[in-house]
Design a protein around this ligand. Sequence first.
Ligand SMILES: Cc1cc2nc3c(=O)[nH]c(=O)nc-3n(C[C@H](O)[C@H](O)[C@H](O)COP(=O)(O)OP(=O)(O)OC[C@H]3O[C@@H](n4cnc5c(N)ncnc54)[C@H](O)[C@@H]3O)c2cc1C
Length: 387
Amino acid sequence: MKKLPIKKLLLAGGGHAHIGLLRRLRTKRPDHLNIAMISEQSQSLYSGMLPGWMAGHYSLSDISIDVLSLCKQAGVNLIKSAITSVDADAQNVGTADEGHHSYDVLSLNTGADTDLSWLVRAQLPLNQDSFDQMPKADTPNNSVIPIRPLHHFVQAWEDILADARQRNHYQLAIVGAGAAATEIVMAAKVALQAINPNHQVYLICGHDLLSGFDTKFTQRVIKQLERLDIPIIYERAQDYVGGELVIETKSIPINSVIAATGVMGAAWTQSTTLETVDKGFIAVNSVQQSRSHANVFAVGDVASRTDTDMAHSGVHAVHGGAIEADNLMAYLADESLKTYKPRSRTLYLLSCGDKYAIGSWGSYSLQGHWIWYVKRYIDKRFVDSYK
Ligand SMILES: Cc1cc2nc3c(=O)[nH]c(=O)nc-3n(C[C@H](O)[C@H](O)[C@H](O)COP(=O)(O)OP(=O)(O)OC[C@H]3O[C@@H](n4cnc5c(N)ncnc54)[C@H](O)[C@@H]3O)c2cc1C
């Protein structure tokens, strides 16, 4: 058997693809690889169960995957820091602790940031300064709380609950029109109602609620929002100033605003020599390889395929991640790479706050308590597979 030279593989971020790769490396670890992972957190939170955690159905540990333990079992060195830059010409990754980490092959799976470009005050040129000026999750009152990064959001949500417990009337707004926004608004409503029936939660969804989903599915979701008495405001949010959420025709007094408004490139993509597209996503080809640097692979929300239209979603992070992991190993062994062909239809299970869920598969949809239990079974099986 041919002996391969020692190579440095650097895994940046603890997203779905990398935790899947760590699991695989526990039992099948190539000897010629020196592998390190950079991750700010030693726990990775599973977004699919986040609304269930908000609604009180799960504990934080139920929805967490222990990245540190996976790294130890896989013989991977965990560097606990945040990536701040990638100089792909010099093959070097910069981190928040002023570290510099060289690599032969780099894999990027850092996810993305919440797109806050709808905020009037964020309408600045997309550069590091504009990122720095964007509202941060750790200043809870009178600032917009982005749903991502999730580990910031979980702290902000605890702060919202603590604040709501002190008040007789609390108004929360969720801005967003996708599946995540609708799940979050229903989970938030269930949680706040349990504290005080006076508390109210609004969905500010602009003019394209659940675009991309079948109309029947959208109607089912609207019915559930109505059942939970959640006002749906079909206007675009523009700003949040002095406790008032400014929308197209008026402003509404709101105690806290959560943004689940889609994704934009992670902040570090402002400091990279890699080719990026759209709002700062790493441009990759059909094998999830950077279009500008062949020894860099990227998958999940951090990347955008340039050969096909592919939504940023957990499904693609998981399935694309498995192919990307194969390709990393193949590239390092000088073998041929595989294309990730996304399925035309994917199963979506949308939780409705109180142990009720709606399922969608292409143009088919169903709903019921039992779907929530199916979702719980699938989600728990996913998280438990890393234990
Ligand atoms: C509430 C909610 C529910 C959702 N439900 C679904 C669903 O049911 N189905 C579905 O398909 N999609 C769903 N999504 C979308 C899904 O969460 C994302 O598409 C998916 O998580 C992307 O996976 P990823 O591996 O790219 O990154 P992520 O899961 O975001 O993981 C990225 C990791 O990298 C780390 N990281 C980030 N920045 C840095 C940095 N600078 N340095 C080091 N580490 C960093 C993060 O802390 C994180 O651990 C949901 C999203 C939300 C918000």
